[in-house]
Design a protein. Sequence first.
Lengths: 82, 346
Amino acid sequence: MAAAGIRLHPACRVRREGFGLLFYDSRGPRLLFAATGNLLSEDYFETSRTRDELPEGLSDVQRKSLTKFVDQLLEKGFLREQ
Amino acid sequence: MSNRYVEMGMRSPVNLTWEVSLACNLRCTHCLSSSGTPAEDELTTAEALDLVEQVHRARVFQINFGGGEPFMRPDFEEILAACHNRGIMTCISTNGTLLDAARVARLATSRLVAIQVSMDGAKRETCDAIRGAGVFDAATQAVKLLAATRIPTSINTVLTAQNADEIPAMHEMARSLGVSLRVSRFRPSGRGADNWEALRPSPAQLLAFSDWLAASGDVRTGDSFFSLTSQERQGLGLNLCGAAKLTCCVGPTGNMYPCAFLQTERFKAGSLRTETFQEIWDDSEIYTSFRGLRIHSCEECQRFDQCHGGCPAVAWHLKNDINGGDPECLERCVTSIADDRLAKAA
């Protein structure tokens, strides 16, 4: 069975800020400030991708950290599985 | 809320309050902008659509439309459609009287719109005393039409001395209609300034409301009442004024301000007719001064971390001092009630 794709929830938006990424959930509304630096672009969540599909060139520590971050976004409802 | 990141400065507002017209078919006694007749030289359709493009490029997440009554603008649905075509989320604050089944059906075709219908009392006579005869029934009908769609809908109530006791009943009314309740703070701007003494909630009413709000987690406030935020609601919203940091306001003629309650020449940040949205957000002296605003007179207060001095707009309108601290914060309500009791006992 193919792995489930994840993407931004339709009620949510994301954009780049100096500290990293800013997520907005219109259902609250609520904000999430993510100090991701330059590791992820705002486009990363706009298309469906699998959970372990991370940008190239990351160190193991960065991969682990971003995987955990993506899991948190799923848990908080900013991302959803399709 | 991470104040540290907010204070680093945002590339653009998270949301924008856009008062698209001063035209209104009602004359509510608490109106923040003295709406009625349209302002001279309001933005044309072409200018409004250009602003939507600019807001899209700035990656603003949401536009909150108000006025005046937004639906008084014949091109309002065109402006709204332009927002939705660009993926901008929208929320419309309306008095509900111009919403019929056909318009609601058109609005319901978008998943990017939410609607707030203003009502100011659970009783017809309370609401109509503020908003005008027949408005309670018309607004209720609009809420029923909206509740039958998938449009996220709320009843928006401005807390006043007259309706403070009816807020729990309004909560019940909203529930029974299948929508949510949002309560906003009454501020002394526009016609609200003329009727301030008659309509302002007393410190005791504000305290009672704060307690009730603490136990009513599903009631939204649009961060109106962060000056009254109890322990229970911490984390539900802002703990500081978001003007010029997370939000800003565009008036009917394209002037930009820190917030809807400071739409005066003194606080004009710029005009969209001479500068771009992004230029004003980045470079306006007014916005820069708001980003650096520190209410030093409140720093010793035990609640400082919970409100950071409260609403500068109320401080300005009541004390003519933007740095003065919110005259209606929780701490001052408590002090005021204690002082009254002491005075009566003496």
